[in-house]
Design a protein around this ligand. Structure first.
Ligand SMILES: C[S@@+](CC[C@H](N)C(=O)[O-])C[C@H]1O[C@@H](n2cnc3c(N)ncnc32)[C@H](O)[C@@H]1O
Length: 227
């Protein structure tokens, strides 16, 4: 793989699937990876933007022609049935991913998913575990910026996730358990930013208290001792 570290990381988390769907595909690199490597029989790639979808249609033209890939112009899961085996949604906000999953007409928890929210990861973790999903991977990685990735699927009798604590919802279970380097680096940067704000003498008392509380939580996360 040589798409760049972020895309390569996402691809490495995808498993073989009969039908794979890439929602918000833009360039379509992950779909290309799945098809080229024989990791799916068929792929559906979709985007809400005609211009974005056109990039993927160009990249994947030979697979579309061969009947192995279908392009869909639409919002979220429009045109993607619940029976799809694996879903990737990457590069959107966590709240946007939640609104796709919870859409009353088209929404569902996929059998298997790889989600890479750009922000609001806590909101997405809560939605997933409160709505019938299990989570098997949940960690931060770095590729210039820091990215959270959440991998899991539709829970059943054999695959369930033990309830998350509030700290695990906020920071990610694997981050707290294993302190991966990217999580430590991001948290140290966040603490350093708070210190910069705290050094501003004109800061109001309420803001100072809030920043100190946030700093304590971040420091606690690094000690794996947040309660
Ligand atoms: C930042 S790009 C990420 C592209 C690719 N998934 C990646 O990770 O590199 C986000 C893409 O999601 C699309 N998008 C945003 N909201 C969407 C929605 N509700 N349904 C489908 N596509 C959406 C945008 O048009 C854009 O192409």
């Amino acid at each position: 793989m040589a798409y760049g570290k972020r895309i390569d990381t996402l691809c490495s988390l995808l498993e073989r699937a009969e039908v794979f769907a890439d929602i918000g595909c833009d360039h379509g690199y992950c779909t290309e990876y799945m098809l080229r490597n024989g990791l799916c029989d068929r792929a559906i790639f979709s985007d809400i933007s005609k211009g974005s979808l056109a990039k993927a249609e160009k990249l994947l033209a030979q697979f579309v022609k061969a009947g192995r890939a279908t392009s869909v112009l639409g919002d979220g899961f429009f045109g993607v049935g619940k029976e799809v085996d694996e879903v990737l949604i990457a590069g959107m906000g966590g709240a946007e991913i939640v609104s796709i999953l919870s859409d009353t007409k088209t929404g569902f928890i996929p059998k298997r998913f790889v989600f890479q929210p750009m922000h609001d990861s806590e909101k997405l973790r809560r939605y997933l575990l409160e709505n019938g999903a299990y989570i098997e991977r949940d960690f931060t990685f770095e590729d210039g910026k820091f990215y959270d990735v959440i991998v899991g699927g539709r829970a059943d009798a054999t695959r369930q996730t033990a309830a998350y604590t509030d700290d695990e919802y906020e920071f990610g279970r694997e981050n707290l358990a294993a302190l991966p380097q990217a999580f430590v680096k991001r948290t140290e940067k966040q603490i350093a930013n708070i210190d910069k704000y705290l050094a501003v003498s004109a800061l109001g008392e309420n803001s100072r208290v809030e920043l100190n509380e946030r700093k304590k939580r971040l420091q606690g996360a690094l000690r794996r001792a947040v309660k």
